[in-house]
Write a protein that binds this ligand. Structure first.
Ligand SMILES: [Mn+2]
Length: 296
């Protein structure tokens, strides 16, 4: 694992229907992420936050698309700059729409990457399959080249991630059309009931194998709503009966042991809906465990 880390906050919440995840980067920083990363011995640069445009074009099926595209263009450039510096980028969201910018930079830089996407949702919609028009439900599809088009190519000349190197973990609220699209594309999905049966230890091992086979390594995109709402109440689209805190830690601890994580997003922390920054602290701790923090 690289010793240089660059942190990029993204104050973006226009890809979601509930406001407030724009304050996520602050909540995760208050949770101690910077101090923790330095304590692990990394050379950390906190690049501060990107801010989104105050207004822009919108449509029913692609809500706030101009602001979403704009922030992704700038996050792409910032992530690419970090990669060219030889750093491992950690992106603090913000809603999940920003993963289009971060991942497309990682994919373009390394050419052949896998993705491990830990989330209650599939995030595999386009403008035709979406039921809400919320663009935080579309980035996983976009970085694989499956639309929506304006999120696939926003001027960067994308290198698509092959869905056969992509894994979704923790899904339990995947739309009907979205499910068909994921199956057709060939994304491997470990929904919550499969995790019940196999156990996270087995699931994360299989996921890592899929994401590492014929790739340089993988990007980890962690949506905090993957975790059960009792433990992570500070998020906008809660779905009951999610991952336990220990299952989540086991996943990121095992990921850390591989040394193959190239970059990471931690998204959808909403301090407005949180209880005494419980979710912000949890997000911070999960990042540290993904970077090698051990309990013994
Ligand atoms: Mn998500």
């Amino acid at each position: 694992m690289q010793k240089k880390i660059e942190l990029i906050g993204v104050q973006m919440d226009l890809g979601a229907s509930k406001r407030g995840v724009s304050m996520g980067p602050a909540a995760i920083r208050y949770g101690g992420v910077c101090e923790g990363i330095r304590a692990l011995g990394y050379d950390l640069t906190d690049k501060g936050d990107l801010l989104c445009l105050t207004s822009g074009e919108t449509s029913e099926k692609l809500r706030n698309y101009q602001q979403v595209v704009d922030i992704n263009q700038r996050l792409y450039l910032s992530t690419m700059e970090s990669l060219q510096n030889g750093a491992l980028p950690i992106i603090l969201g913000g809603d999940h729409s920003i993963a289009a910018g971060s991942i497309s930079a990682v994919s373009k830089h390394y050419k052949q990457i896998g993705i491990i996407w830990i989330d209650a949702h599939g995030d595999w919609n386009d403008e035709f399959s979406t039921e809400s028009g919320n663009m935080h439900g579309m980035p996983f599809s976009a970085v694989c080249g499956w639309g929506p088009n304006l999120m696939v190519d926003f001027g960067q000349g994308p290198v698509f991630v092959d869905p056969k190197h992509c894994v979704q973990i923790g899904g339990r609220d995947i739309d009907t059309e979205e499910r068909i699209r994921m199956k057709k594309a060939g994304v491997t999905v470990f929904p919550i009931n499969v995790i019940d049966k196999l156990g996270m230890s087995e699931v994360i091992e299989q996921a890592i194998n899929i994401a590492c086979r014929d790739t340089v390594g993988f990007h980890l995109s962690f949506d905090i709503d993957a975790i059960t709402p009792e433990a992570a109440p500070g998020t906008g689209t809660v779905v009951h009966s999610g991952l336990t805190v220990r299952e989540a830690f086991l996943a990121v601890e095992t990921i850390s042991e591989t040394g193959k994580m190239l970059s990471m997003d931690m998204v959808e922390v909403n301090p407005i809906l949180d209880i005494r920054n419980k979710t912000g602290i949890l997000a911070s701790e999960l990042i540290l465990s993904a970077l090698g923090k051990v309990v013994f």
